[in-house]
Design a binder for this molecule. Sequence first.
Ligand code: BG6
Length: 473
Amino acid sequence: MKHKQLKPFPENFFWGASTSAYQVEGANLTDGKGPSCQDVKKVPEGTSELDVCADFYHHYKEDIALMAEMGFKSYRFSIAWTRILPQGTGEVNPKGIEFYNNVIDECLKYGIEPIVTMFHFDMPAALDERGSWGNPESVDWFVNFAKVLFENYGDRVKYWLTINEQNMLTLVGPVIGTLHLPENCTNVIKEIYQQNHHMLVAQAKAMCLCHEMIPGAKIGPAPNISLVYPASCKPEDIIAAQNFNAMRNWLYLDAAVYGVYNAILWSWLEEHDATPTFADGDEEAMKNAHPDFIGFNYYNTATVAHEDGSIADGEFGGDQQNGVGASGFYKSVRNENLPKTEFGWEIDPIGFRSTIREMYSRYRLPMLVTENGLGAYDKLEGDAVHDPYRIKYLQDHIIQIQEAITDGAEMLGYNPWSAIDLISTHEGMRKRYGFIYVDRDEFDLKTMKRYIKDSGYWYKKVIETNGADLSND
Ligand code: BG6
């Protein structure tokens, strides 16, 4: 059989990696930083607090130098809202501004493109007390924060991401420590989707503001997109897959790209008496915003079956990649064709290609992979970390990006999770993703020394050859 000729990765492809502020920086109340919802939440039992993390705050120079050593072309990181505005609104903290100036300048020194996420799961605690995203004023809080960022960093940062995984904030908020529910809430679905609506409007306004304030800048959303498979070719399962695709994926991209609500999801909200209230101008704000690209995180696909009404509505459970279901709408099932990671997430590289194809067919925008990766228990042996399992995972996924490019999709870059070991959303320090190992344990801070893992040396060669050599010899 003749093998298909794959198209090469584009020139200037952003090979890099990602982190988020609250998971990597530590120094969570240092130099005027205010607490975020992550700093006041109760961490899951047996996992580390978020006060030190990888201590990137004090090690950023060394860490960015290691990224440069691996040849990174881009580094996707988030800005902690409460480093910039300790109370979320009001006084700007000059030390916070200075820190990210330093991080950005350090990246640029090595020719690394800074790709900045404006919000990654870390609502200021002061604003949480005022109702978080449930407060209609949250739209203005976010736009005001965006303005401060564009004013201070817009001269050097040309790639912006609005809200990381807004779909996960909505679907599994309690698992990642972000859900704020008012006392005596009678319709949880309505409350959550009202919060979601405020985020959609805040995002739309921030995208417009970015285009007004920073000529030439590009901005896009960063949801977690996983194509949803039906458990079988039974027509009822196909409907369930369309339902969950609408709820998990297309709601977020239809709103960001076309400024409209996904019809299937909207009718589900109607059934639950949970459609969000639109303030004056919301509809127009959503229509006016046009992202330049789609940033998206991909870990694996989801598989669902018909749900006959036995699941309770508004029930939480699972995590970003393991769902539960919604009454009469869909229920998550295990895909027996796929292996799992040590932490129970399915692994589906081909699903990466089909997810990209589907997004491109629907939205026709260039795409930037903002996360992908393998969480595992890594071990430091002498000065080395041998992680062939991660190399295999990354190889298998990168080749599928190339397949998708060959299928016609426009891809801007690949920024897997994570540049350096950091604290997982709910599984502590032991679940590591980094190209760089940090010598600390869950509770013992040890030396905090950094070591490039085997996967980091391998990635260096991938970047040097612009993805032409993925081998691991
Ligand atoms: C994404 C988040 O959901 O997945 C990251 O954007 C997160 O913040 C990553 O760390 C991996 O998930 P986890 O739960 O293994 O940390």
